[in-house]
Design a protein around this ligand. Sequence first.
Ligand code: HEM
Length: 567
Amino acid sequence: MALLLLVNLYLAHLVTYYFYRLYRLYHSARKTGLRLIICPLTPYTPQWQLATTLLGPVLRRFRWFRAIDWTCAWHDDDKLHRELGSCFIVVSPGHNVLCTSDPKTIEHVLRKWRDFVKPDNVNEILGTFGQNVDTSNGDDWTRHRKLTAPCFSERASTIVWGEALQQSEVLLAKWLSSSNTETTSMIKDTSTLALNVISSVAFENHQVNKPTSGHALSLRDSLVTVMSTSISPALEGIMPWLKSSGLQLLLPASVKKLLLAMSEFSQYMDEIVAREREKTAASEETRSHLNLISTLIRASDEAKSNGTQTKTRLSDIELRGNIFIFTVGGLESTAITLSYALALLAVNPEVQSWVVEELDEVLSNATELEYSRVFPMLKRVMAVMYETLRLYGPSPPLPRAPATPNLDIPISSHNSTSSSANSPATITLPPNTQLMLNSWASHTSAAHFSNPKLWNPKRWIHTSPTASSLAAEKLMHPTSESGFYAWGSGPRICPGMKFSQVEFTAVLASVLRRVRVETVVDEREQEGKREEKARQRVLSVLRDSCAEPLLLHVRRPEQLSVRIVER
Ligand code: HEM
């Protein structure tokens, strides 16, 4: 009886505490004057992840879930923001989340990188193999950013360009040697291409698809498996214990595969660091031949040998963390953008012809595609990349948390529920409030882009009414002030931005120079409607995209069927 009473008292305490916290956070959020949504679960906690895994389809019916869940946020475009304002707050019992698509707010938060830091509870997967430039904050971030910066030089861009051209030839050879012009492996093929490029540029490992000596998995398989789930970081923490306790035998096959992939990937990275150090010691590489990883190791080791404190260099675990983040950034984001772009070009043949017109003019007499001459001239190709990233950018809403209490942030005046004439231009961030900077909503807002839902690369090209030549066309580079954040903004803007632009341009130019990418028309369908149905089939596969565990991608890649036809 006494035990029952105690249990009841404890449960009553939990319920009271839950509502007390919810009320306190609601009360402080109300003072901002922003519109509020009550969320019964605290976002990004293990309970949230569990609920999403078990009850995802049910939860997706609720607005509080849609506001926070990344896949829903992409599907909803700027719908919620049109209803609730470009800033609104999701109030939950653990903490609040201020969701914003307002360029004024986003720009301020990204510029003030010391005030608004990356929270630990989001994107944990990126820190699986050690702290790195993406997961660090404050002085640690300055150290990581400084030591990783030499990896992204113009010399590196030239290497990326050459390697991307070479890998495109391999891809084309595969496509053109097939007896069937129809393929369902385009997404896999672009991913292999991007992995080959990053492997070669980063660690001169051309054998990414086959296990190298002493390995059970290939580098590619171990990376893809690690990135396929959000539980990798949790497993990394308990891996030594799992190994020693013999519990592995009881684990399900999928978890065992994940553990193997994590251990294999760690081993690959340790081998790379050791190999690069050996080469440096033997002075095998001159500075002009350094690859991305040896550049990183050398920059870090030089800081050490200059007699500076350990805190100015990177530890071996941090080196591993940074190699991982480069591989993920270099592989996934670029591959995803390439595959969306190729599919969208198949759906929009007139845009493809428009791009090919530029390629034919720029590359007509070129035997060699020199980076410094050709890359700046392919403006229409870059326009395709910008437009694809605007609507299908792989990066989820950027998370930030205030480093100190009571920080002010600017907001557009229409956000306030009080009379708009007297609305404040800044608000003080309520205690315990994280931020979710939603670039997908910003990219699809009519306030920033005309006809925002239409994929139209031509919007990035300015044509002079007096000049008719393609050379006179001007590429309108996207700016964060205008609401474009595909690569982030401010001091923490993606350091691989140029790397990805160069790779994307080299691949698209090589591919479209030789082949046309088309939708697959079904001859059995009614004449006159076949083409449209073929377009809709591709678009529906693209629309069925998801952002779990991290980056936006097509959920059923094998269903994306296109035709590759030699020009
Ligand atoms: C289309 C391709 C890419 C897109 C859309 C993209 C997008 C982004 C975005 C939005 C951020 C900012 C995250 C934040 O502020 O929270 C970021 C950061 C980062 N990206 Fe990329 N990225 C791409 C390619 C790459 C490549 C090729 C690499 C490396 C080889 C790379 C490495 C990084 C790193 C290391 C950071 C962290 C920077 C820091 O916090 O200082 N990314 N990326």
